[in-house]
Design a protein around this ligand. Structure first.
Ligand code: ATP
Ligand code: MG
Length: 525
């Protein structure tokens, strides 16, 4: 169809050109008529060839990056239309894990949208001369050409193209290899290999299915995440950036990092693990934020240890430093400043801006997750709702979480030893990490009963340790109280002694005063 279309198109153009040339050379025709003749030729062309063509080039403008639209169309066509194509290109995805097929050059496929038929062709500009180039765009000018009837111009340009790009992007996200990023020190942000983030392929196996926790709580989190990922329109309607903050808190080994991996796997997001201590200042923090992609999780682990984020403490420290600085010699001061500049100067307000300032809205569909072992240490401004929308406490292992772990590690749902485990779990604290470690069979000889008994022993040991610790603490407390009591008694005695001495002094003064009044002088001395 396209070949025919091309012939008709070329014929129309040729006729218009011929008529124009003819008119130019005919002095009988006044100049004003030339434009009309061209328009007339175009009309004939449009009449003979009623199709519109749009091209999407692989490289656009001056950039050396492939155009996002081209890539989205490529993925869309791979999925929707490439079954028709007879010649395909095989692209092997990293690590030879999978092969993606796409249309070979000069192939043509059809598509249908709301009953409209459309034609897609992939093609390549042939370079005029042989040249050697470092950049693929110099000699490989590939493009997709979309052809459709002019009567569908509105629908195609306003709806269909958007539909293709959106779907193509979705397919890319669904099928891409997800990445785990970490921020580089700013020294490596410039130069040929500049990059703010380094990455590896994200391959964490954690899933919500294998995360042990109360089933209702788990379901609530999953529902929250799914509704967030589907809420583009909702966020647009309420006028908020499409992002959500999660605060995961709890003792070490309760599954905070594991949950982040499970979230990334559930939503198919990239993970940006932000190491705050290697960010120099707030400006760098903002640049890092801008350089993250959509559909991603920005993680700051152990936020309480990352920085001194209590404004109060900052001020105190600064005052002390200022006082000290006055005494330092100029060389010492300079050395100190250089030393300081090596450390992070990210402030609480910088971090707050990072989470919900104007710049935080420059991407979309992003989760910001903080983890901490000590939620009470954090500044309330940092974790208030709106910044950290959802607070999730991951705690010691309860019986329901234990049952999950027994299913995962031993593939059992009940056992006679479960009752004992339940009783012990109610009496003592053990993290899911420790429970999992005890349940994990270390050899083929270790069956479910063996592992459960090991867990029971560990729980009894933990209970005994907790009892001894509590006893020790009670002893220390009693000793401290006794010390306080003795000190208080001593103080009381001291006070009494002082009061007696004072009253003695007063009495003597009164006697002397009386003697002076009666005899005119002190007689008792
Ligand atoms: N709820 C859980 N379900 C399944 N496995 C768990 C759970 N919690 C912890 N684990 C296991 O324990 C190990 C440690 O967990 P994780 O690193 O997620 O703890 P964390 O809360 O991030 O600890 P930290 O505060 O020290 O960073 C993991 O290997 C994980 O397999
Ligand atoms: Mg962790």
């Amino acid at each position: 169809m396209m070949i025919m279309g091309d012939i008709w198109g070329s014929l129309g153009s040729a006729m218009a050109t011929l008529m124009f040339v003819w008119a130019m050379y005919q002095n009988y025709f006044p100049q004003e008529l030339n434009g009309q003749i061209i328009r007339f030729g175009q009309k004939i062309k449009n009449f003979i060839y009623p199709y519109i063509q749009i091209t999407f080039s692989e490289y656009q403008g001056e950039g050396f990056e492939r155009s996002k639209a081209y890539m989205a169309i490529e993925r869309y066509l791979d999925k929707n239309s490439s079954k028709e194509a007879k010649r395909l290109k095989a692209n092997v995805v990293q690590d030879c894990e999978s092969v993606v097929y796409s249309m070979e050059d000069h192939e043509e496929v059809t598509d249908e949208y709301r009953g409209i038929k459309l034609w897609w062709a992939s093609s390549q500009h042939i370079p005029n001369k042989q040249s050697i180039s470092f950049y693929p765009r110099e000699d490989e000018k590939r493009y997709f050409m979309l052809t459709f009837h002019k009567r569908y111009r509105e629908i195609v340009t306003k709806e269909y193209v958007k539909h293709v790009l959106d779907e193509g992007k979705d397919i890319t996200v669904r099928e891409r290899q997800r990445k785990l990023y970490t921020n580089n020190k700013s020294e490596s942000w410039y130069g040929y290999n500049r990059s703010m983030w380094s990455h590896v392929v994200f391959k964490h196996p954690a899933k919500f299915d294998t995360l042990a926790m109360e089933p209702e709580k788990k379901q609530e989190i999953i529902d929250d995440l799914i509704s967030f990922s589907n809420a583009e329109e909702y966020y647009a309607k309420i006028g908020k950036a499409w992002k959500r903050g999660y605060l995961l808190h709890g003792p070490p080994g309760t599954g905070k990092s594991t949950m982040i991996a499970a979230i990334a796997n559930l939503l198919k997001y990239d993970v940006y693990d932000l190491e705050l201590t290697s960010v120099k200042d707030n400006t760098e923090l903002r640049k890092l934020l801008i350089d993250t992609s959509d559909k991603s999780i920005i993680v700051i682990e152990d936020i309480d240890c990352s920085l001194d984020l209590t404004g109060q403490r900052d001020k105190k420290k600064k005052k002390k430093d200022d006082e000290k600085e006055e005494k330092d010699s100029p060389e010492k001061k300079m050395k100190k400043q250089m030393e300081e500049s090596k450390h992070s100067q990210v402030t609480l307000s910088g971090l707050l801006n990072f989470i919900d300032g104007l710049w935080s809205a420059c991407g979309s569909e992003r989760l910001i997750i903080f983890t901490t072992n000590y939620v009470e240490k954090l500044d309330p401004a940092l974790i208030r709702r709106g910044r950290m929308d959802k607070h999730i406490e991951l705690s010691y292992c309860g019986f329901k979480a234990f049952k999950d772990l027994a299913k995962i590690y031993l593939n059992i749902e009940s056992h006679k030893l479960f009752a004992k485990v339940r009783e012990l779990l109610e009496e003592t604290n053990m993290t899911p990490a420790d429970v999992a470690e005890n349940l994990l069979p270390k050899s083929a000889a270790e069956d479910a009963e063996f592992c459960l008994e090991r867990l029971i022993k560990a729980l009894e040991q933990a209970k005994e340790d907790a009892r001894l610790k509590a006893e020790e603490e009670a002893k220390v407390k009693a000793e401290e109280e006794e010390k306080l009591r003795v000190a208080k008694e001593e103080k009381e005695k001291e006070k009494q002694k002082q009061a007696t001495a004072d009253s003695e002094k007063l009495k003597t003064a009164e006697t002397l005063d009386k003697e002076v009044k009666e005899n005119g002088c002190i007689t008792s001395l």
